[in-house]
Design a protein around this ligand. Structure first.
Ligand SMILES: Cc1cc2nc3c(=O)[nH]c(=O)nc-3n(C[C@H](O)[C@H](O)[C@H](O)COP(=O)(O)OP(=O)(O)OC[C@H]3O[C@@H](n4cnc5c(N)ncnc54)[C@H](O)[C@@H]3O)c2cc1C
Length: 389
């Protein structure tokens, strides 16, 4: 009987893994059935939501119909999963259906935990979902100047370079428009260090260039108490910061369907456990957890590039175990393209595995240029084009 391999979540991990399996099935004539369950009909590319907020990019350009996976031989189930039953090997869908599996890959991303701090849900703007990014774009278009605060309540957060990347592009845009604004990033203190040091001194040097050019300030805080949307002030444990425009980064929280002791990482319940060596659930060998929710417990970062690498590694491990095909590669350096002010850059992080978990060795800026900005756009649009034909 064909092995049933199910991906719960049709985002970065779900697409990478299901397409890799579909390709292997065709190439090696394997007896397997690949299915993706996704709560709605769209596969989104979240990095493009920054372009929705800053450039007014239409939402349609940030997504593609997930049903088009079927052209590659992947089954698609549209529906919201409400429960995973590891002992029965099935996933329950809100409309009552049950999807059976032999192997399950959980790639559900992280939830935006706005409820974590009083006032945070009501205050400010963000581009961590497409509709919110559109609202944010309207607010930016009518912004006349003043104090912009980019609030990062906790580490880690979704996409580790986002606040610096956003500040560099916003600083450039406001300057070009002749709008007088002061940008301040409020960063959690990591033993006195701020988040712009997160990828090491080489990338920090790149950010500093833009911080100096656009007068961006970065201040550390010892934790957030609340945000007061009426008085327009962020109350931290060690000071109060007023703002005219608040840009907020969500506290990371696990997807609801994984809020169960069976899944939560006991040392930090904001995340979901996975065995670093192979991304399997510690007790259930037939469940792989390669979504954003499981990256910090393995030592990896909360960004698409890590989910891509983790999912591809786990898929190849499984192909090798089941059919003796698929190259099980060591963890390779991860590369990402991002905006920097009016340009773009490619950053690389070397990652090694010490037998227990992954370790970041060194990150560096490979190239910064105007062309890299186009490379970022071309990469993400090309990614979506696979599901647009
Ligand atoms: C604004 C922003 C900018 C970013 N920029 C970058 C960047 O420049 N580089 C980078 O590498 N990463 C970036 N990231 C991070 C990257 O997008 C994520 O790390 C990555 O998409 C997570 O992959 P995933 O497969 O775990 O989940 P996702 O890609 O988030 O996909 C999860 C999928 O699961 C579905 N789903 C959720 N709950 C259910 C349910 N109960 N039932 C069924 N389906 C469900 C969702 O609809 C979604 O399709 C950015 C993220 C954001 C938000």
């Amino acid at each position: 009987m064909a092995k049933r391999i199910v991906f719960l979540g049709g985002g970065t991990g779900g697409i990478v893994g299901s397409l890799a399996l579909a390709e292997a099935k065709k190439k090696h004539n394997l007896d397997l059935e690949v299915t993706v369950i996704n709560k709605d009909e769209w596969h989104y590319m979240p990095p493009l939501w920054m372009d929705v907020a800053l450039e007014g990019l239409p939402i349609e350009k940030t997504r593609a119909p997930i049903k088009n996976l079927e052209k590659y031989g992947v089954n698609v189930v549209i529906g919201e999963a409400t429960k995973i039953n590891p002992d029965e090997r099935n996933v329950e869908i809100a409309d009552g259906r049950k999807v059976e599996y032999d192997y399950l890959f959980v790639t559900l991303g992280l939830r935006n935990g706005w409820e974590a701090y009083p006032g945070l849900a009501e205050a400010g703007y963000h581009n961590y979902d497409p509709e919110a990014a559109q609202v944010f774009n309207k607010a930016l278009n009518t912004f006349k100047g003043g104090k912009v605060v980019i609030l990062v309540p906790e580490v880690p957060f979704r996409c580790g370079i986002y606040p610096m990347e956003f500040a560099s592009v916003l600083g450039y845009k406001l300057k070009v428009k002749g709008i007088n604004a002061k940008i301040t990033i409020l960063s959690p203190s990591m033993n006195g260090m701020d988040i712009s040091w997160g990828l090491g001194p080489d990338i920090k040097r790149l950010w500093n260039k833009y911080f100096n050019r656009f007068g961006v300030e970065i201040k550390t805080h010892e934790g957030i108490e609340r945000v007061d949307p009426e008085k327009k002030v962020v109350v931290t444990k060690n000071y109060e910061e007023p703002y005219d425009l608040l840009v907020k980064v969500p506290p990371p929280r696990p997807p609801k369907v994984l809020e169960d002791p069976m899944f939560l990482f006991e040392h930090d319940k904001r995340f979901v456990k996975a065995r670093p060596r192979d991304f399997r659930h510690p007790e259930y060998d037939d469940i792989f957890l390669t979504g954003e929710h499981s990256m910090p417990p393995t030592g990896l970062g909360t960004a698409g590039v890590f989910i891509h690498a983790a999912t591809s590694k786990a898929v190849n491990l499984l192909l090798n175990e089941l059919y003796g095909v698929g190259e099980v590669h060591e963890h390779t350096p991860v590369a990402c393209v991002a905006y920097s002010g009016d340009k773009g850059f490619m950053g690389v992080c070397e990652v090694t595995f010490d037998g227990e978990k992954y370790n970041w060795q060194k990150c560096y800026n490979v190239m910064e240029s105007f062309a890299m900005k186009l490379v970022k756009r071309a990469f993400y649009q090309g990614w979506l084009d696979r599901l647009r034909m």
